[in-house]
Structures are given as structure tokens and as C-alpha cells.
Design a protein around this ligand. Structure first.
Ligand SMILES: Cc1ncc(COP(=O)(O)O)c(C=O)c1O
Length: 497
């Protein structure tokens, strides 16, 4: 039976998807390998360290082909096989244009802010945005208007971005050039993107969606719809997170109308290496082909496994697995069933302790832990056996009620800190270090992002108050981490001079 690709994808395909043009061009070139007097310096001939071969399972150097004299298509001015591969990716996701990214969604988020905002323009964004969005704010000079986290203490992780909150900010402020939301978030919850797109456009702003955790959405009709098909102008996806590309391999989709696609290309050229790895690029091309040809069947299985696991976890002592029960709360419009967000607190163990028990006693590595939860991602790569192993580990660990972590919960400080300077001005201002205990009252020159919950406590330009120092002490005491500070021990903080 021949596969009718046009009917297997959620998106209506226009191109012949059963091709991998960039990967094919590399196979031809590898066959033709000549005597090289160009970079890379290993020339495909230097023997790799035996430990590298042991690690990689072969000699990967021979596949490390680079663009020379236009023989291999070039990421920054694609004209041939890479351009074709990007067109196929756009077709597969239903976008007008697609750029391959080799520095993850990180570079896509930065580029999306730079492409939509100049110095002094306003961007609406959830406070719980990934730090790369903050990177885009610093580099562009945009002024952030935050959608405050709808944070429900007994749940303890950031929910979605409510359309009402975006509407309020749009009504209160003029000169908003972009709305940048994260959907789905790390926990698999999505915002009402179609409504937010409509509002953003009515106000003359672009909508950018960080869909780092949703690159698979286009490939199964039961999954929530991707922002690409809901009116977003730019959509950033980590193809490596939920499809089969190698780590870093990602995509930035652009829809025509509001955003200048040529400028997006120029900005990506500014930000990405001039020596793009063919290995990463080929893995993105292959991942798209794999998802179009096999994604629906494998996601069907992933969905079945995840829903069965969710039902069983809910019945285990001390555990709960979130899903449809949070839809409608905190701006949540829909959820991705392939994320298993397991609340473990009622076992007496914290998420961190539970995570470690699974790792060291049962050979299971979760995606992520916070104080109350451990998150597991089910993907096209899972099997009955892998999910059964996870469930066995959860069955064994759920029973072991221990009073190990009895520290009282401390909630995130309510309200946003005072923005004394823009993030960009603070980032580039003269600065100095002060002792942690003496930092109250100073303007921060760095990010302070506690995990959990991953919501920035302080970003550059904001005034540090005693309540922030208290929260950082608490995060350290429960074994959490703080991303952003120069001094990882937190003995000192960098502040504006
Ligand atoms: C919501 C979100 N956006 C963006 C990123 C960055 O993605 P990447 O690792 O592909 O650069 C992450 C990484 O975890 C993320 O969680």
C-alpha cells in the first residue's frame, strides 16, 4: 500500500514530502570526499580519539562536511538543497517560510524579538518566558510589559497566558509592536493563541509564539493545533525536543503579512555561526521527513501510552497526574496529553527527591523536577516497554511515604519588582558586585531566575528588595537552583553602579 502523505498529516501538504534533499546532497558529497585543503582542520582524516569513537559509536568526523564554494548549500544564503529542505519543512507545518536553526529555540526567540521590536518598542510577554526571550529584550532594547504569572500556590508551576490579561495590556499601552507568548509551556499547557493573535493584529502588533515544546503538534489530529495554523506570525520550535532532530536542531516558522521575512533571515545571520554543522542541519531535514511519514502512527501510540499511564498514575497512592483537570484555569486553553506532570508531594518526598529515587533505584530519568512534581515526556520514541518500566518505578516509589522534605512552602513574592531601568540599559550599564546580604535596594544587572518555578524573580534593571533575597534563600534551602547570576554561589550579586 502506498502511503498517501497528503492524508496522513494534519496540515494539508502541497509538496512531495517523501524526500530529504539536504541529507541527500551530503550523501553525494561524502561519496565524493576529495583531498581537502579547507576547514575543518580534522579533514576527515585525523584519527578521532578512541574514547570519542566509543562515545559516538563510529567516526563522525567523516560526516562533518562544510560549505565550500557553494558545493554544499549554505544556511545563510540557501539556494539549493537546503532551501528545498526548508520549503518542505514549511509545507509540513503549514507555514509560509521556515528557517532551520542550529542554536535551538534560544536563537529563534531572540531573533523573533529583534525582528519585531526596535529600541524602545514595547513587547507584551509572560513573566514566565524562557530566558532567551529576555535575551531578545536585552539585544533589541524592547521594553517588556509583563503578563503576571497566574500562579496557583497549591499547583506551584506557571500556567498559561490568559487572553484577557493580554487584552488589558493592549488597552493600557500604545506602541506595542509584539506579543510573545509561550505555548505549550514546559508543563504541556497551551494558551488561547487564536484569540491572542486576533487581538495582537487588531492592535497592530505581531504575535510570536515560543512553541519549543510543541514541534510535534502538526503531526497528529488529536493534539492541540500548532500556533502556525492559528494566526501567529512567527513560531519557534525545538525539533530536537519532541521530534527526532539532534540536540540544538530547531525551526523558526514565519507567516506572511506582519513580519518582514527577509529581515528575519538577516537577524538569524547575525546570531548564528558562519560555520553551520551539516550534521545538525541534516538531522533537521531527516526529522521532518520522519515525522511526516511516520509521525501520525507513532504519535497515535504515544497518545495511547500517555493516556493509559495518566489513568494508572492517578490511581497510585500519593500521586496525581495532571491533564484536562487544569484546562480553564489560569489562562489554560488546552493541554498536550504526551506530557505527564506528576504531583508527588503527597508521598512526603519533594519532586527533587522523587526524581533522584527514580534515577538511582530504577534507571528512569525524568524530564525535569520541581518542588512538587516530576515531569515525563512521552514521544514518538516511546514503546510499551519504556512506559511499563516508568509505571513499575512509579508503583514502587509511590508507596514509600517518607517525611523527608517537611520545609514549609514559601510562595513567590506577589507583584512585579520595580523596573528602575530597561533590561538593556541595565545590562550595558557600569556595574559592580555587592555581597548578597547587602543587595537590597540596588538595581540588578543580571537575571535571577529560581528553579522552581522558572519564573524570573529579578531581571536586569529591576530593584532588589529584601523579599527577593528571602525567596532566593528559600530556593537554595530546598535544593533548587538559580539561573542567571555571575556568582553561582550567590555570595555576591552584580548590580548597577
Ligand atoms: C519554553 C522554552 N523555550 C525555549 C527554550 C530553548 O530551547 P532550546 O533548548 O531549543 O534552545 C526552552 C528550553 O528548555 C524552553 O523550555
Amino acid at each position: 500500500m502506498t502511503l498517501n502523505l497528503a492524508e496522513t498529516s494534519r496540515v494539508r501538504l502541497r509538496l512531495d514530502q517523501d524526500q530529504t534533499p539536504f541529507l541527500d546532497s551530503l550523501l553525494v558529497e561524502k561519496e565524493r570526499w576529495q583531498t581537502s585543503f579547507h576547514m575543518p582542520g580534522h579533514k576527515g582524516t585525523l584519527p578521532p580519539a578512541p574514547k570519542l569513537v566509543e562515545y559516538w559509536g563510529g567516526d563522525i568526523h567523516a560526516a562533518d562536511l562544510v560549505e565550500i564554494n557553494g558545493i554544499i548549500d549554505y544556511l545563510h544564503s540557501p539556494k539549493g538543497a537546503l532551501l528545498e529542505a526548508q520549503k518542505l519543512a514549511a509545507d509540513a507545518h503549514g507555514a509560509d517560510h521556515t528557517f532551520f536553526l542550529i542554536n535551538g529555540s534560544t536563537v529563534g526567540n531572540i531573533a523573533s524579538i529583534m525582528a519585531t521590536c526596535f529600541d524602545g518598542d514595547r513587547v507584551i510577554m509572560p513573566r514566565a518566558s524562557h530566558r532567551s526571550v529576555y535575551g531578545g529584550v536585552v539585544l533589541s532594547g524592547a521594553i517588556p510589559l509583563y503578563v503576571e504569572p497566574d500562579y496557583i500556590p497549591e499547583i506551584g508551576f506557571p500556567l498559561a497566558t490568559s487572553a484577557e490579561a493580554v487584552a488589558r495590556l493592549l488597552a493600557e499601552h500604545s506602541g506595542v509592536k509584539a506579543v510573545h507568548i509561550t505555548s505549550p509551556n514546559y508543563y504541556g499547557y497551551l494558551s488561547d493563541t487564536a484569540t491572542i493573535a486576533h487581538m495582537a493584529h487588531a492592535a497592530g502588533a505581531a504575535l510570536c509564539v515560543d512553541e519549543a515544546h510543541g514541534s510535534h503538534l502538526a503531526f497528529h489530529p488529536s493534539l492541540p493545533t500548532s500556533a502556525v495554523s492559528l494566526g501567529a506570525d512567527m513560531v519557534i520550535q525545538s525539533t530536537h525536543k519532541t521530534q527526532s532532530a539532534l540536540t540544538q536542531g530547531s525551526m523558526l516558522h514565519v507567516n506572511d503579512g506582519v513580519v518582514n521575512v527577509a529581515r528575519v533571515g538577516q537577524i538569524l545571520s547575525l546570531l548564528q555561526t558562519s560555520s553551520p554543522s551539516s550534521i545538525l542541519l541534516a538531522s533537521i531535514d531527516a526529522a521532518r521527513h520522519f515525522s511526516v511519514t511516520q509521525g501520525e502512527a507513532l504519535l497515535e501510540k504515544a497518545l495511547r501510552l500517555a493516556e493509559a499511564a495518566r489513568a494508572e498514575i492517578r490511581a497510585l497512592d500519593g500521586l496525581w497526574c495532571y491533564g484536562e483537570d487544569l484546562v480553564g484555569r489560569g489562562g489554560i486553553f488546552s493541554y498536550d496529553p504526551t506530557k505527564l506532570v506528576v504531583r508527588v508531594r503527597e508521598t512526603g518526598l519533594s519532586g527533587f527527591q522523587f526524581y533522584d529515587k527514580l534515577r538511582y533505584d530504577h534507571g528512569i530519568d525524568g524530564e525535569f523536577a520541581d518542588r512538587n512534581h516530576v515531569i515525563f515526556s512521552i514521544t514518538m520514541g516511546d514503546t510499551d516497554a519504556s512506559v511499563e518500566k516508568l509505571l513499575n518505578a512509579l508503583r514502587a516509589t509511590s508507596g514509600c511515604v517518607e517525611a523527608a522534605d517537611d520545609q514549609p512552602e514559601v510562595s513567590l513574592p506577589v507583584g512585579l519588582p520595580e523596573m528602575a531601568m530597561t533590561p538593556r540599559d541595565a545590562y550595558y550599564a557600569p556595574s559592580r558586585v555587592v555581597a548578597f546580604e547587602e543587595a537590597a535596594g540596588h538595581i540588578s544587572a543580571e537575571n535571577l531566575i529560581p528553579y522552581p518555578p522558572g519564573i524570573p524573580l529579578i531581571v536586569p534593571g529591576e530593584r532588589i528588595e529584601p523579599v527577593h533575597l528571602d525567596y532566593l534563600r528559600y530556593i537554595r534551602s530546598i535544593g533548587g537552583g538559580v539561573v542567571g547570576p555571575e556568582d553561582k554561589t550567590l555570595a555576591t550579586l552584580r548590580v548597577v553602579s
